[in-house]
Design a protein around this ligand. Structure first.
Ligand code: PA5
Ligand code: NI
Length: 192
C-alpha cells in the first residue's frame, strides 16, 4: 500500500525538524581514535563526555527507492587543534550519493574516495553540496560559537560503513593552526 505524502518544517533558528523519528547524540567517547591529538582527547574525556554532534532523523524504510532525510548539528569546539566533527563514513552501498544543504554555521565537508582522491568543501548557509557515489564524508564545525547545521538526504538503501574510517581515518584533517584554519594531511592516516 502506498504511503501518503507528508510535510515537515525546519524552523530557524535551531533547525530541529517538526517531525523527528530518531534523535542520535554522539559524545566524545564515541569518537575513540578519531582525533589527531590522542593526549588531548584522553584528557578531555577524563573531564567530561562532551556532546559533539546530534542527528535528527525522519525514518523511512531502508530500501532502494526511498530517501532518508534529517538534520545534522555539529557543535562548536576542538580536541587539541582539531575542530569537532562527525565520525564520517562511506556508504555501505558505495555507489550511492548524498545531498547536504547548509542552514547555519561555518564548516567543511571532508571527503575522499577509496582510491585516494580527496576533496574538502567549505559549508556556509545557503550552500548545497552534492556528495557523489563512492565519496566518504565527514562534517566539521569550524565556528567557535555557532553550530554547523545541515539538512541531508540520501538513498534508503545506502547504509553506513563506519568501520573503514574507524580503521584508517580520513586523509585530510581540518585544524586551527597558528594562521587560522588549515587543511592538513593526516599524519596518523592508516596508523591505527
Ligand atoms: O548519512 C549521512 O551522511 C548523515 O546523515 C550523517 O549520518 C550525519 O551527518 C552524522 O554523521 P555520521 O553518520 O558520520 O556520524
Ligand atoms: Ni552519508
Amino acid at each position: 500500500m502506498p504511503d501518503s505524502p507528508f510535510t515537515f518544517v525546519i524552523p530557524a533558528p535551531g533547525a530541529i525538524p517538526s517531525r523527528v523519528d530518531n534523535h542520535i547524540q554522539r559524545r566524545l567517547s564515541a569518537m575513540q581514535g578519531q582525533f589527531l591529538d590522542q593526549v588531548a582527547y584522553a584528557k578531555m574525556l577524563s573531564e567530561s563526555d562532551r556532546l559533539i554532534y546530534e542527528v535528527y532523523e525522519i525514518q523511512r524504510p531502508q530500501i532502494e527507492g526511498e530517501l532518508l532525510m534529517g538534520i545534522s548539528i555539529v557543535h562548536p569546539g576542538k580536541v587539541g587543534q582539531e575542530f569537532y566533527m562527525t565520525k564520517g563514513h562511506f556508504h555501505t552501498v558505495l555507489e550511492t550519493s548524498e545531498v547536504y544543504y547548509c542552514l547555519q554555521g561555518e564548516g567543511y565537508m571532508v571527503m575522499e574516495t577509496p582510491e585516494g582522491e580527496t576533496s574538502v568543501e567549505s559549508l556556509a548557509p545557503g550552500k548545497v553540496l552534492y556528495v557523489p557515489p563512492r565519496w566518504a564524508h565527514r562534517s566539521v564545525c569550524s565556528s567557535r560559537q555557532q553550530d554547523l547545521i545541515t539538512f541531508f538526504i540520501y538513498p534508503g538503501n545506502a547504509g553506513h560503513d563506519y568501520g573503514t574510517i574507524e580503521q584508517l581515518g580520513f586523509r585530510k584533517l581540518v585544524i586551527e593552526g597558528e594562521n587560522g584554519i588549515e587543511i592538513i594531511d593526516n599524519p596518523r592516516y592508516q596508523a591505527r
